[in-house]
Design a protein around this ligand. Structure first.
Ligand code: BG6
Length: 474
């Protein structure tokens, strides 16, 4: 039996990368330092294999060849991020790096010449060191500099770039820096994390206000759109009949999904989460006028990153002190779950359907697209290589296909999801795992001058994108 899942004619097919993970030339061509450079200098062993991102996958030199391959695998759109400290090496002085202006202009031109729509993100985890010295997202001062940087990007590239994103997964630096100790400078303080999260949300709204002002005064074309990329990891309780599990799961969902989604899409903070924060003396400092900015400047477009669900159960041993979201729930390992051993993440494709239906029902069915989804395989691609050198990454194809079918189901039920970008175009450097896991449609041969090679998943995606459909043979 053959079953077809059709997508709309103008569905966005593509992939995503970030500057920090792919560009290379990390302190060359005038680039200023980020917190990652500081961390690598201090503690290189913290990165898998002691490998930093000095060269990453040298996208800065390979981009033309990479765009050719994007074309070959059917991309009509592609997300990359601008590195704040490449464009403005020292945000305190604001001086623009012309070499960076040229690089990003060339990149955008090359994409457009190949009929690939650029999606541009302003911030993908790469905090300038000078901004961290001011307090990073904890400091409202940094918001001013972020807005200056954003405005510069709109002025320089807004003529050519239609789709903009303020942040990629803004909750991750909060988790990494303030909750779970995996991003420098390891502040580990829940209350300060809540302040940084609030400020990040405010920064999103301030930048959107600038974007709108530029449209109103005619310095940006009217059809330009701005959004945010959120990692939406829905929570599922261990036992649907256990009220304590349900309560724990709801709190977890409020923390990891509603926290950013509500203010960025609806313009208001989630009331239950607010109450919980108030009850535990965790509320951030805020001003009424800031709440108004957040209310009036919500996103046009939502990027959804989805990798795994959260399984939750009621807390078994109560924490003496509230130190983070985990003071309200325990993680639950569901027996029989599908699991990607290499990355340590559960595979649950229905999660993406659940998110899209939630967005449809509770967030005005705002226009969205899947901005990241994918499968990290540890050395997996060598494992998949056959005697002719073809990389048969069937596990990745299955992963993407199963998620796309769920996305298709949600669209059939009315979801306004307009695209799918896989993480990632090519294997790249990761903040948590350096080069341990491979994610790409393109294999990057690190033993052989970083040469790229299209994997089977890339050829498979080319067919899907060309035909706008998935064909499943049962
Ligand atoms: C997303 C990030 O959360 O997951 C990417 O936006 C990241 O930057 C990707 O690389 C995969 O996660 P990891 O930790 O395996 O690299």
């Amino acid at each position: 039996m053959k079953k077809e899942y059709k997508f709309k004619k103008d569905f966005f097919w593509g992939s995503a990368i970030s500057a920090l993970q792919t560009e290379g030339a990390h302190l060359e061509m005038g680039k200023g330092k980020t917190t990652w450079d500081i961390w690598m200098e201090k503690d290189p062993d913290r990165f898998f294999g002691g490998e930093g991102n000095a060269v990453a996958v040298d996208f800065i030199n390979f981009y033309k060849d990479d765009i050719k391959m994007m074309k070959e695998i059917g991309h009509n759109s592609f997300r990359f991020s601008i590195a704040w400290t490449r464009l403005i090496p020292n945000p305190l002085t604001g001086e623009i790096n012309d070499v960076a202006v040229k690089f990003y202009n060339d990149l955008i031109d090359e994409l457009l010449a190949n009929k690939i729509e650029p999606f541009v993100c302003l911030f993908h985890f790469d905090m300038p060191a000078a901004m961290q010295d001011l307090g990073g997202w904890e400091s409202k001062e940094v918001l001013k500099y972020f807005n200056i940087y954003a405005k510069k990007c709109f002025e320089l590239f807004g003529d050519k770039v239609k789709y903009w994103f303020t942040h990629n997964e803004p909750i991750v630096p909060i988790e990494g820096c303030y909750l779970y100790n995996f991003h420098y400078p390891f502040i580990n303080d829940f209350k300060r994390g809540v302040q940084a999260a609030y400020n990040t949300i405010l920064s999103n709204a301030i930048v959107i206000r600038t974007f709108k002002e530029m449209k109103a005064e005619g310095t940006l074309k009217n059809d330009r759109e701005i959004g945010i990329i959120l990692s939406l990891t829905p929570s599922y309780p261990r036992d649907l009949n256990n009220p304590e599990d349900l309560k724990a799961s709801k709190i977890c969902h409020d923390f990891f999904v509603r926290s950013f989604l509500d203010p960025c899409v609806l313009g208001e903070f989630n009331k239950d989460l607010n109450k919980l924060l108030k009850d535990h003396n965790l509320m951030p400092e805020y001003k009424e006028e800031e709440l108004l900015i957040i209310k009036e400047n919500t996103v046009d477009f939502l990027g959804i990153n989805y990798y795994f669900p959260r399984r939750v159960k009621a807390k078994e041993i109560k924490d003496e002190k509230v130190t983070g979201p985990h003071s309200f729930y325990d993680d639950y390992e569901m027996p029989g779950r599908k699991f990607n051993q290499d990355r340590g993440w559960e595979i649950f494709e229905k999660g993406v359907y659940d998110i899209l239906i939630d967005i449809k029902n509770n967030y005005g069915n705002i226009k969205s697209y899947i901005s990241e989804n994918g499968m990290g395989r540890h050395g997996g691609d060598e494992r998949d290589t056959d005697e002719n050198g073809s990389i048969n990454d069937d596990a990745r194809i299955e992963f993407v296909k199963d998620h796309l079918i769920m996305i298709n189901n949600a669209i059939e039920e009315g979801s306004n999801c307009v695209g799918y970008h896989m993480w990632s175009l090519m294997d790249n450097w990761s903040m948590s795992n350096a080069f341990k896991n491979r994610y790409g449609f393109l294999f990057v041969d690190r033993e052989n001058g970083l040469k790229r090679k299209i994997k089977k998943s890339g050829y498979w995606m080319a067919e899907v994108a060309k035909n706008n459909k998935i064909v499943e043979v049962e």
